[in-house]
Design a protein around this ligand. Structure first.
Ligand code: GRF
Length: 221
């Protein structure tokens, strides 16, 4: 717990799938290493494991079914309504597989995070593990960054790097990178909760200094 004893940061989490990052955030907030409270989980599709995880943790799980909405604007409007109701201080995208309408992003400017499985600016978009392996890269990893309307392009806070091993497969790489995500996502949120990290005009400030790039953590062992 932080010494300042401020109320826990109210966080809404947007998901589409298994929700292992959501689980890491819930676990960290329960263990006291993260001064945050997940006030709601919103999924763009029904029946995903992430919603079960929310239910098991006693957190409201909301489905805004993209398919039932018809188009991106209608989806954005419904999502926006649910977010307004939850009134979070921070919106966290955790395996959320939709490109958000710019209006939703803009109304949470500097208060919305994403985790993307690459060392951004490398490999925005899908299939990052395959692309890194095919390129013969020495390193791969994952990035926690602020969200801007452009896909996977907002200012980065924290990266986790793993060295690609001989014989590495997409699966083995994914497992190692996701272990790192489960560490760095709660960490980055905690920095925001403590006020140690803020984003202003597209620039990340860390401990009162303009950050020249993301903090980088390397896999150990
Ligand atoms: C994560 O690896 C994240 O990098 C990507 O989608 C995956 C979601 O995993 N954006 P989970 O739903 O948190 O298990």
């Amino acid at each position: 717990m932080s010494a300042t004893r401020r109320p826990p940061l109210r966080v809404a989490v947007l998901v589409s799938g298994s929700g292992s990052n959501l689980q890491a955030i819930i676990d960290a907030s329960r263990s006291g290493t993260l001064d945050a409270r997940v006030v709601g989980v919103i999924s763009d599709r029904p029946g995903v494991l992430a919603l079960d995880r929310a239910r098991q943790a006693g957190i409201p799980g909301i489905t805004v079914d993209y398919r039932a909405c018809g188009d991106r604007e209608a989806f954005g409007a419904r999502l926006q309504g649910e977010l307004q109701r939850l009134d979070p201080q921070l919106v966290v995208l955790a395996g959320f597989m939709r490109i958000l309408p710019a209006a939703v992003v803009d109304s949470h400017r500097d208060r919305m995070l994403n985790v993307h499985p690459s060392l951004l600016p490398l490999y925005p978009g899908l299939d990052t593990y395959r692309r890194a392996l095919e390129a013969g890269d020495a390193w791969h990893g994952t990035t926690v960054h602020f969200v801007i309307p452009e896909l996977d392009a907002g200012p980065a806070i924290l990266q986790y790097r793993v060295r690609i091993r001989p014989g590495e497969t997409e699966d083995s790489l994914r497992q190692r990178v996701q272990r790192g995500e489960h560490r760095i996502y709660p960490q980055a949120i905690q920095w925001l909760a403590e006020g140690r990290v803020v984003c202003r005009d597209g620039v990340v400030w860390r401990d009162g200094q303009r950050a020249s790039g993301p903090e980088i953590i390397d896999e150990t062992g």
